[in-house]
Ligand binder design. Structure first.
Ligand code: PEP
Length: 247
């Protein structure tokens, strides 16, 4: 599917959750809704379920993708999955640099830039994630951290960055049940938008992620620089996820 520039975008990150039976219920549930005119949505699923996702969502307006990819295109990289392989399963999107990958798997800014580039080289849109940890937040380092993470992506240049989606996800809000305040997120997004503006790529989408649910999503969507949401836990509950897409 194509993600419209003017539309809000809501993406579900399933993380390492799911099984064939539950996925079928969730994916068919997503498929059988009236599409909202102003919101595009999609799901980011574990690799083994891409085939199932393709067969259920094929021909719908819903996008799908993976949560990681290799920086390499093929070869002796046991356990890795290339961008070309994702493309074969119809992926429109791939998450890059989620904080769980930065922290648990030690992905660096340089790895993340290479992954984003690898995705784009086969026409998959990378959803590049940024965010500060709780310690960095408490030390009032947020803007420095974001500047550092975002700069390394902006080095790829306007033409490349213009084809990406960004997602700001403060690590302390992810999975905590308590989202950051919409005003706080708006300030960070405004800052990121300013950085994008300096290379001429200010039109890209910047999503917010971190304990978004149906009860708080609208408060983010009214903010001028928040273009949608990356939703983790609530994306596994069909009614919750669909309510967010319908706001
Ligand atoms: C995420 O994993 O990207 C995320 C935002 O998770 P949650 O919505 O559960 O905080």
């Amino acid at each position: 599917m194509t993600i419209k520039k003017s539309n809000r975008l809501v993406l579900g990150n399933w993380k390492m959750n799911g099984n064939i039976l539950d996925n079928a219920i969730l994916l068919n549930g997503l498929k059988n809704v009236d599409y909202s005119l102003h919101c595009d949505f999609g799901v980011l699923v574990p690799f083994p379920y891409l085939s199932q996702t393709l067969s259920i969502l094929h021909g719908t307006k819903i996008s799908w993708g993976a949560q990681n990819l290799s920086i390499h295109s093929s070869g002796a990289y046991t356990g890795e999955v290339s961008a070309t392989m994702l493309k074969e399963f119809g992926c429109d999107l791939v998450l890059v640099g989620h904080s769980e990958r930065r922290i648990l798997y030690k992905e660096t800014n340089s790895d993340i830039a290479k992954k984003a580039f690898a995705a784009l080289s086969v026409g998959i849109t990378p959803v590049v994630c940024f965010g500060e940890t709780l310690d960095e937040f408490k030390a009032k380092q947020t803007f420095n951290i974001i500047e550092n993470q975002v700069s390394s992506i902006l080095e790829l240049g306007c033409e490349i960055v213009s084809r990406m989606i960004f997602s700001y996800e403060p690590v302390w809000a992810i999975g905590s049940g308590s989202a950051a305040s919409p005003e706080y997120v708006q300030d960070i997004h405004f800052f990121i938008r300013g950085m994008l503006d300096q290379i001429g790529a200010s039109g890209i989408k910047i999503l917010y992620g971190g304990s978004v649910k149906s009860s708080n999503a609208a408060s983010f969507f009214v903010m001028p620089d928040i273009d949608g949401a990356l939703v983790g836990n609530a994306s596994l509950i069909i009614d919750d996820f669909l309510s967010i897409t319908k706001l």
